[in-house]
Design a protein around this ligand. Sequence first.
Ligand code: NAD
Ligand code: MG
Length: 397
Amino acid sequence: MKRITVLGATGSIGTNTLDVLARHREDFEVFALTGARQVEPMLALCVAHRPREVVMVDPPAARELAQRLAAEGLGHVVVHTGPEALDSVASHPEVDMVMAAIVGAAGLSPCLAAARAGKRLLLANKEALVVGGEVFLAAVREGGATLLPIDSEHSAIFQSLPDDRSAWERRVDKIILTASGGPFRTLEPQALRDVTPEQACAHPNWVMGRKISVDSASMMNKGLEVIEARYLFGLGPERLDVVIHPQSIVHSMVQYRDGSIVAQLGTPDMRVPIAYGLSWPERIASGAANLDFSRLSAMTFESVHDAAHQLRFPCLALAWQALRGPTGSTAILNAANEVAVEAFLQRRIRFDQIATINAQCLAKGTERPPTDLGSLLELDRRTREHAEAEVKRWGAA
Ligand code: NAD
Ligand code: MG
């Protein structure tokens, strides 16, 4: 019986994780669920999954949840509040695994807590690794944790790499991440000025939270994933590449020295990489449909290096710029992007201005390279202030 904490349980990855767990109640026990402030969905998850503990970061939401749980006869569930409680349920001695499915840098601290406590850490929260970088990896090493990717591309790469990690550097030529191209793949680059949050969130192949949906539309998501791949697999930025594959069937590929390419394929359903993370190195049922080759009409690929795509997706190149920049650059890019995306969702800036603000913050850089969680959070805070000032400037223009 494995005990698991699901951080970000009320979100898209969180609910998909609980769907997989519910298929294997004899093997997994839900220790804790966490959410930001949505009481109603959390109450439903508590009724269905009977966690021992719950965290609602927002204090009024935590009070309301405690009352509602008592009314449902679940008064024994311990309800915590505040961001520090995320760290304690992520590192609790009775917990074996932690699903990191909070969105944004807000998930970094509980990821580090789980890493230091030596947990099996299932990482969906890519921003935590993009911000944490080497500090995150050091916590995993020092805590003796097992870091497993949940992002579909990174799960695909992990499944396509040799089991022997020491052979990766020697045998692999490059890693090729696939990208669907999102909802604006065929739009004229100039038309990106006028797209709405609703259009940006209408992803052709995946149903996801709003932040990652906007990131998919700008391809900043793929940029964040390139950075994530750099840290997870240890290959240099020149050995990471992206190809557009609109059908999202090939989830990513590894090209070996001899020209062989090994890929992982499947229907676009996050329960597959979630189930793999939960069961690795075994395999368990995920609930996803199998690929039906008789109904598969085509698999196509487009170069992201094509001129129109470069104009359409300026955020993608920022990933390599950040990886080649001084320590802290990836944290800067992430903070700028979180602010810019939120401002776009609030209709304070245009879609194309997300890239402008990200590039501007990245170019500004930092004089003090971060070395620990405190300095990373400080850099994150300063960059958010700067990005917010840029939002005001561009929004008023
Ligand atoms: P979501 O918006 O659906 O859910 C986010 C969860 O985080 C919610 O439970 C929310 O309550 C919680 N949360 C938000 N802000 C918080 C804060 N400040 N403190 C604590 N909790 C907070 O997002 P999602 O689509 O499930 O994505 C979660 C993460 O997984 C993101 O990092 C995303 O990039 C990654 N991811 C998602 C998908 C997908 O298919 N949805 C695929 C790959 C990777
Ligand atoms: Mg992905």
